[in-house]
Design a protein around this ligand. Structure first.
Ligand code: ASP
Ligand code: MG
Length: 408
């Protein structure tokens, strides 16, 4: 029998009414002959409220205790979902991450999935139940409760779809798909019908907030088709899938802006083997995720290295840069914060020229200064002043004609 995994985000289960509606969707799918696994987030803004509460009793709550607290949000919504399905006359069972043997590493708040025990889920599905799994949580080898980062219920859903060999994974959310840009910032942004994992990965890591990056990585690795769609309508959303040839014809698929970044510049580093390795080993030890790295050589004997991190990781980063300052006798550590990053993404960049020039000209015309540039095979990013972020996004979006249907 085909298995579908349906994930419902916080807004899709924000109150009793919405929980009943989500329950109905699952029941309808089951009536069409599918085995259904639901993955559910905490209701509405529950996770934020819990975090605020933690902040009221402690300035720096231990991460283990935060995980203990935050996972209760999902426990509320899975149990209510099971009750709603039951009340509608179908059988359902709610299960925590630990109960489905979702084992992660031991890094609280940023845990990564190591394995999932598919047997428990199969057993419940085979007995005719709709299985409802708590998103974003797991346990480590010693049984400690962990969470996998904000928004990680998506990752739970896609990982489960992968281990169950599900037909596809549906992500129900409050928008009706992936757009060429954030419609709140770019009013003429357009819904994309189909996008490749690689493009979506770039977009997600660049601040297109619709999906958790790890979820897309899992999708790509295990070939799970992901359908992002609205829980408030039946319209087709966006399919995230493997790359097909016609995608190459679209030069740029989306434009994003990411704010709340910090840029760290280390000037006057020795230009010797092992320096960069040491810097980023230390940063990694503090579990800080580093974004674009740029290292340059001054032509004489010194190098300078700049990288960006989330603004929220800045204090951890400063601990490291202070140490590095002493180790390497660094002239100066510059810390620019906040900064923003505007980017364009498209698999078509591999086979088209002039993309960078078009982006930089659009920014120049809008008098946006570029502080740093980084590129990948399918992405160009510019670090800019956050005050100009929204304007930069709009001019770039229109420079590539993203508001128009491809081919028109
Ligand atoms: N409830 C968690 C959060 O708000 C996980 C999720 O919604 O995906 O981040
Ligand atoms: Mg979410």
């Amino acid at each position: 029998m085909d298995i579908v995994v349906m994930k419902f985000g916080g807004t899709s289960v924000a109150d009793a009414d919405r929980i009943r509606r989500a329950a109905q969707r699952a029941i309808q799918a089951q009536k069409k002959g599918k085995q259904v696994v639901m993955v559910v987030s905490a209701m509405g803004k529950t996770t934020d409220h819990l975090l605020n509460l933690a902040g009221e009793v402690s300035e720096n709550p231990p991460r283990r205790e935060l995980d203990m607290l935050l996972t209760t949000g999902e426990q509320v919504s899975i149990s209510l979902m099971a009750m709603a399905i039951n009340a509608a006359g179908q059988e359902a069972i709610s299960l925590t991450g630990g109960q489905i043997g979702l084992i992660t590493d031991a890094v609280h708040a940023k845990a990564r999935i190591q394995k999932i025990d598919a047997d428990r889920i199969h057993k419940e599905l085979d007995s005719g139940k709709i299985v409802i799994v708590a998103g974003f949580q797991g346990i480590d080898e010693s049984g400690e409760i962990t969470t996998m980062g904000r928004g990680a219920s998506d990752t739970t859903a896609v990982a489960i779809a992968a281990v169950l060999n599900a037909q596809f994974c549906e992500i129900y959310t409050d928008v009706d798909g992936i757009y060429t840009s954030d419609p709140r910032k770019v009013p003429d942004a357009r819904k994309i019908e189909q996008i490749s994992y690689d493009e979506m990965l770039e977009l997600a890591s660049l601040g297109a907030g619709v999906m958790h990056s790890r979820a897309i990585e899992f999708g790509k690795k295990y070939n799970v088709d992901i359908h992002v769609r609205s829980s408030f309508s039946d319209s087709q959303g966006t399919l995230i899938t493997h790359e097909v040839e016609k995608m190459e014809q679209i030069v740029v698929s989306g434009a994003t802006v990411k704010k709340d970044l910090a840029q760290i510049v280390l000037q006057g580093l020795p230009n010797e083997p092992g320096v960069a390795a040491d810097i980023f080993a230390q940063v990694a030890q503090h579990n800080v995720i580093v974004d674009d790295i740029i290292q340059t050589f001054d032509g004489v004997g010194q190098a300078s290295c700049s990288f960006t991190v989330e603004h929220s990781d800045l204090s951890e980063c400063k601990v490291v840069t202070e140490k590095l300052k002493n180790t390497y006798n660094i002239n100066e550590v510059i810390c620019k914060t906040p900064v923003a990053k505007v980017s364009v993404v498209g698999v078509g960049m591999r086979s088209h020229t002039g993309v960078a020039e078009k982006m930089f000209s659009a920014l120049a015309q809008a008098k946006v200064n570029i502080n740093a540039i980084t590129t990948s095979e399918i992405k160009i990013s510019c670090i800019i002043d956050p005050e100009q972020a929204n304007e930069a996004l709009q001019v770039v979006h229109s420079a590539f004609g993203l508001e128009k249907e491809p081919g028109n």
